[in-house]
Write a protein that binds this ligand. Structure first.
Ligand SMILES: [Zn+2]
Ligand SMILES: [Zn+2]
Length: 821
């Protein structure tokens, strides 16, 4: 018998699979389609364990579905634009394009070594012209539909990446990529109007029944819908101040207003008044604070503008202040302050000696005797609110809102926290934005026939300041497509999240030169049936992709308006309690594991060690254990094929009963295993599926030495079930058993419910030789299981009370006798 040598057999089968084109996608899905997608990697040059986990999960699903007869699309590609490549290229003095190609080559080899069943024929690379041409096309689609615009505003700036960032890329005030503290800059930038889709992006979360609840909650919160009312406050100088509130029930309690310091009224109101100097000084001070600092600021200081607003509900004149905690970017840049019912307003009022007026009281309190110690923020009964007095505050909220709307003093409005997506970047390694500036014609989109706007190769990269393209004269200087005059190109590139927002469409038609994809081809595969990737994309990539899909749907390019039917977010791989990282020195290199144990062991361990959504703790013993298990299967199959050195069944000489009972037990175990492994893989419970295959192998071992050679069919079933997890070894053994076709294209085993049924036996239980009870046990129950059940019987217990159990005599399938003293 040959030894299990993964280093020899794994590459051999990988070549064979590739030669036989086993994983190529049908041009048209035959029968039921299944689009199985893993998040494509960033070509950093080396795969890590997180990748192995992501792709091993994806590959089990792919191989399982393929064997179940589904027509599969299981592609892979490269999310190849981005800053890390540019930085690495600067450091190593290699051009980013060459760097990227080299990294991809290395990683492709690594992925192939894992035996992943991708259709490599559909590989995409987002940094190549044949792909980014269409990313630019997507930009133009947004532009044509009024969804791309340029605007000067305060934006997030990462000082280390030297570029702007989208709000989604700022996590706890830090850059999502490099963890630097994000600053703010006033810049003119490109935005996509994702806010126009806020309502649909929120409402359609309800359709995503195959998504994990935490991801849906994160998206809901990020979109952040609130129902409120916009109220017009007249000013003494006849102009108007618009505010937004979700609490119109507190309108009668307004005692002052607060503007964002940037609000145009701030300067207008103070011009020529004694307050002017103080206001200007405060505005200057706030300029140096970031939005985030201001949003969490506990400062209670502000400045009175000298202006007054008139409360539309009761005609009260209230002073207008400015304060840094009000942000121009949110709502209308102004708020009405109700210190009695909002804690922040309360503290501000106390600090600045502003009046506090109560309009809601807890129902059990008729007259307040003491001063308020803090804001009362709960529901209650209305007071000091004219015709609304005595109403429940929840009811007054509706009534006051309606009353304002009827009298044309306000309008109900839904607000969202979601901001537009900032898509331009000041870096080189991205798709150029296809826009031209002409002095005569203004902003002109590049005509589709002129795409791609090629990223020039000869660029001096410094990683500092503005886009490096600014200095490339032959790129910047161009002809206006409208008037033919001299014009300039946009020099910013696109956020790489643009590239990844539509790649799953391109996989359906990856070589199309005339269009981003043929909608008819897309229709056959989309939506993605199963998407697998990290939870860190819960908002970023997944929200942007949903947005792109909706825009493509509206434009008639996609028949679906949600891209991913089911989503699986796998947990991190950790070692010694921390995420694997170079800085912690706890990285395990997948190459090392593959060299030492083989890809099958690596895959098996990673799938066996923990359910996919959970964190996976690396364990060297765990890896060893998986390797031993594969060796056990190896020996089981090969030994059963060898001519027996002693007569078959010699361990049970002449005992046909035992022989047939073992064989019955094996049949039963096999069909039960098929049943549960199928169900387990269906619900991605890979660890329990593997555990059941281990148990089944143990049962085969009980039968070893008997006529295992006659059980080729059963052994074949074990190999088929093992093949999604450990495809190489299963394939090798399958062929050793004399099979000609690949195990990858075998039908998945189906269980027989009759055979899977647990058969049962009635066992008489004697105490000191006298029958006291009978118990029902499963046919393959062990002696100790039967004894345990007998001792639990109430009848038997009554005979044993106060006695000592001396011994028990067990005759298999016949009898249990308990001897007591
Ligand atoms: Zn950064
Ligand atoms: Zn022009």
């Amino acid at each position: 018998m040959t030894n299990y040598q993964p280093s020899e057999l794994e590459p051999r089968w990988q070549k064979e699979w590739e030669k036989e084109k086993l994983f190529f996608t049908a041009e048209k899905p035959e029968g039921k389609k299944y689009y199985n997608l893993v998040m494509f990697p960033y070509p950093s040059g080396k795969i890590h364990m997180g990748h192995v986990r992501n792709y091993a999960i994806g590959d089990v699903i792919a191989r399982f579905k393929r064997m179940q007869g589904l027509s599969l699309l299981h592609p892979i590609g490269w999310d190849a634009f981005g800053m890390p490549t540019e930085n690495a290229a600067i450091k190593s003095q290699v051009h980013p394009a060459d760097w990227t190609e080299k990294c991809i080559e290395q990683m492709r080899v690594q992925l192939k070594r894992l035996g992943l069943s991708y259709d490599w024929n559909r590989e995409v690379n987002t940094s190549r012209e044949d792909y980014y041409k269409w990313t630019q096309w997507m930009f133009l689609l947004m532009y044509q539909r009024g969804l791309a615009y340029r605007k000067k505003s305060r934006v997030n700036w990462c000082p280390s990446c030297e570029t702007v960032l989208a709000n989604e890329q700022v996590i706890n005030d830090r850059c999502w990529r490099c963890d630097s503290t994000v600053e703010e800059k006033e810049l003119e930038q490109w935005f996509f109007k994702i806010t126009e889709y806020a309502g649909r992006l929120l409402a359609d979360i309800e359709k995503l029944s195959g998504w994990p609840e935490p991801v849906k909650i994160m998206q809901r919160n990020w979109i952040g819908k609130s129902e409120g009312i916009e109220i017009k406050f007249k000013l003494k100088n006849q102009s108007e101040l618009l505010i937004y509130t979700t609490r119109p029930d507190t309108l009668f309690g307004v005692t002052y207003m607060v503007l964002a310091p940037e609000h145009p009224l701030a300067i207008e109101l103070t011009k020529g008044t004694p307050q002017e100097k103080a206001v200007l000084k405060y505005i200057e001070k706030v300029k140096h604070e970031s939005t985030h600092e201001r949003a969490i600021s506990a400062a209670k200081d502000g400045v009175f503008t000298g202006g007054f607003a008139i409360n539309p509900a009761n005609g009260d004149e209230v002073p207008i202040w400015i304060a840094d905690y009000v942000l121009m970017e949110y709502g209308t840049g102004a708020v009405m302050a109700v210190p009695a019912h909002d804690q922040r307003d309360f503290e501000f009022a106390k600090h600045n000696s502003l009046p506090i007026k109560e309009v809601i009281r807890p129902s059990n309190l008729e007259h307040r005797t003491q001063e308020l110690k803090e804001a009362f923020v709960d529901e209650g009964i209305m007071v000091n609110s004219a015709q609304f007095d005595g109403m429940k505050s929840t009811e007054a909220l509706e009534k006051i809102g309606d009353w304002l709307a009827e009298n044309n003093l306000g309008a109900w409005k839904t607000n969202y926290k979601l901001r537009d997506w900032l898509v331009s970047r000041q870096r080189y390694w991205g798709a150029p934005i296809p826009i031209i500036y002409c002095d005569k014609c203004g902003m002109v989109p590049v005509p589709e026939k002129d795409l791609p706007v090629k990223l020039p190769r000869n660029v001096e990269l410094t990683g500092k300041g503005a886009s490096p393209l600014v200095k490339v004269e032959e790129f910047v200087k161009t002809i206006c497509p409208k008037c033919g005059g001299a014009a300039r190109r946009e020099t910013d590139t696109m956020d790489t999240f643009n590239c990844s927002s539509w790649y799953y469409f391109r996989y359906c038609d990856p070589k199309n030169e005339a269009k981003p994809f043929d909608p008819e081809k897309v229709k056959k595969w989309m939506p993605v049936d199963q998407y697998i990737g990290g939870i860190e994309h819960a908002i970023l990539h997944l929200l942007y992709s949903r947005f792109f899909t909706k825009v493509l749907y509206d434009a008639g390019w996609s028949a679906v308006d949600e891209p991913f039917t089911n989503l699986l977010t796998q947990g991190m791989v950790v070692k010694d309690g921390a995420k694997m990282s170079k800085s912690k020195g706890n990285v395990v290199d997948p190459d090392y594991i593959i060299e030492k144990y083989g890809a099958d062991t690596a895959r098996l361990f990673i799938l066996f060690a923990s359910p996919p959504e959970r964190e996976l703790e690396w364990s060297d013993q765990g890896v060893e254990g998986c390797y031993r298990f594969l060796g056990r299967v190896w020996r089981l199959v090969l030994e059963s094929l060898e001519p027996a050195s002693e007569p078959r069944g010699s361990k049970n000489p002449g005992n046909r009963d035992v022989q047939s009972s073992v064989s019955g037990k094996l049949q039963r175990k096999l069909h039960q295993t098929i049943k549960s492994v199928t169900a387990d893989i269906d619900k991605f419970s890979f660890n329990t599926a593997i555990a059941k295959l281990m148990e089944l192998t143990n049962v085969f071992y009980e039968f070893k030495g008997s006529d295992l050679g006659s059980l080729k069919l059963e052994v074949g079933c074990l190999l088929k079930m093992l093949s999604p997890f450990a495809p190489h070894m299963s394939e090798e053994l399958w062929h050793q058993m004399g099979q000609q076709e690949s195990i990858c294209s075998q039908p998945w085993p189906v269980y027989d419910p009759e055979l899977a049924k647990e058969s049962e036996l009635t066992i008489p239980v004697q105490v000191n030789g006298k029958l006291r009870d009978t118990i029902l046990v499963s046919a393959d129950a062990t002696e100790s299981e039967i004894k345990e059940k007998a001792l639990a019987s109430e009848k038997v217990k009554s005979y044993l009370a106060g006695k000592e159990l001396v011994k028990s005599i067990f005759i298999p399938n016949k009898l249990l006798n308990l001897v007591i003293k």
